[in-house]
Write a protein that binds this ligand. Structure first.
Ligand SMILES: O=C(O)CCC(=O)C(=O)O
Ligand SMILES: [Fe+2]
Length: 428
């Protein structure tokens, strides 16, 4: 919703109740439009018509918000030229009564502006819910860096492949760090071994600054925003390494835990290939287009996570391998059927980092406020901290409603919480 639309609706709500205005007052917001309050009617009519008024207040929409909140003094706003009033000044006097009503709707200084942003966020949800037209005749994805093509692949097939998402140097450094970590966890007896026999680890943000780079990739993030809308969260950052003889994972969808089908993706995953992905070494198996299948058809092919797929951990029938050179990134929709491929090779591994994301109102797999120590958290780049949960989205995720953003320089902003000590009368 635009700021004009938000303000219009706030003023309309503010005028419900006892009458505060008996004339017509217009806010001329310049290029942003106009708000005409016709107080001759009861209840007052609030529209964006640019009609005649007894009094016209020329002001920017930002300053109107400040004026109504009481952050901008009317007299000084007039002397500084932020507000100009023409016509009947007496009508302008009713502005105070209007501000008294509207200020509670605009709440506190941050919340006032945040409310407007929240309404934008709410609007984005519905925009994101609009199903996009899909080209069913589109050939299967091949690696590209063209964002429009990537989006089309993502929409049509449920996945797309970003070519050269990582440089050979980045791939080499990440692979070395990942392998050391997997070996170290195994030696320490804390290695996570999946039933398929592959090697896994997660919570990578505490296992090296080097992992931050994959979370700041502009092309991957553009596709994720296309799929999940703005404000998407990091859910987990992990590794899957197939080893010779490791089995195929059962076909599954990554958002299965939601428990119901969704018309748009609610989670999405990025697979950062640190080695060439081939059919032999266990490239991820995909069923292209299955993100758009009827839920019953998905359920019929769903083979659980683990080795249940095909019984013997063979690559499931009807799947294609998502192959690509080391450095390729596959972004896939949380509704597409897929699974780790079987490693048929005698001597190759297949290593990948998986960065997994969810819409901003979904619970993350790794709870960053439990899984990331404070000092590591404060050392993370701001955009990463925001997408770990520091940035509220709509009314979700602030430290007080309405979505109050946390100050960015502290881990737990307890000193910001408005605490009211119960006095004697409030005590039982
Ligand atoms: O290893 C892969 O190729 C896919 C892993 C995966 O789908 C998962 O763990 O959910
Ligand atoms: Fe998966």
């Amino acid at each position: 919703m635009s700021q004009l639309a938000s303000l219009t609706s706030i003023l309309r709500s503010a005028l419900v109740g006892p009458r505060v205005m008996t004339h017509a007052l217009k806010f001329d917001l310049g290029e942003e439009g106009a708000i005409l309050i016709d107080g001759r009617k009861d209840p007052a009519d609030v529209t964006n018509r640019d009609g005649d008024a007894d009094c016209t207040v020329t002001v920017s929409s930002d300053n109107l918000v400040r004026l109504l909140r009481g952050d901008l003094n009317g007299i000084s706003a007039m002397t500084s030229g932020k507000v100009r009033i023409s016509g009947d000044m007496k009508v302008a006097m009713s502005l105070q009564a209007l501000a008294d009503r509207a200020s509670s709707l605009l709440a506190s200084p941050e919340a006032g502006l945040a409310d407007l942003e929240h309404q934008d966020a709410a609007e984005n949800v519905w925009t994101a819910m609009q199903k996009r037209p899909v080209d069913h005749d589109r050939p299967l994805p091949t690696p590209t860096r063209d964002i429009q093509e990537l989006k089309k692949d993502f929409d049509a097939h449920g996945y797309c492949l970003i070519a050269d998402a990582l440089s050979p140097e980045q791939v080499a450094a990440l692979k070395m760090r990942v392998t050391d970590q997997l070996d170290g966890e195994e030696e320490a007896g804390i290695g996570l071994k999946a039933s398929m026999g592959d090697r896994r680890t997660s919570n990578l943000l505490v296992k090296g600054d080097i992992f931050q780079q994959v979370l700041l990739h502009p092309i991957a993030n553009a596709i994720l925003e296309h799929g999940l809308g703005d404000g998407f969260l990091i859910s987990t950052v992990g590794v899957v390494q197939t080893v010779p003889g490791s089995l195929a994972q059962g076909l599954h969808i990554d958002q299965a835990y939601l428990g119901f089908p969704t018309p748009v993706p609610v989670v999405a995953n990025c697979c950062w290939m640190l080695e060439d992905f081939t059919e032999a070494n266990g490239a991820t198996r995909m069923i292209p287009g299955s993100h758009l299948w009827d839920p019953d058809a998905v359920a019929a092919r769903y083979e659980h996570i683990g080795t249940a797929g095909g019984g013997k951990g063979d690559n499931p029938l009807g799947t294609v391998p998502a192959t690509g050179k080391a450095g390729t990134c596959m972004v896939f929709d949380g509704r597409v059927l897929h699974g780790t491929g079987k490693n048929l090779s005698a001597d190759q591994t297949r290593t990948a980092i998986f960065t997994y994301y969810c819409r901003p109102w979904v619970r993350q797999f790794e709870n960053p406020f439990l899984s990331i120590p404070d000092d590591v958290m404060m050392g993370l780049p701001l955009p990463i901290r925001e997408s770990l949960g520091y940035k509220p989205w709509f009314l979700c995720g602030g430290y007080e409603i309405p979505g109050t953003p946390a100050p960015m320089d502290v881990v737990r902003p307890m000193n910001q919480v408005r605490r009211l000590e119960p006095g004697p009368v409030m005590r039982p």
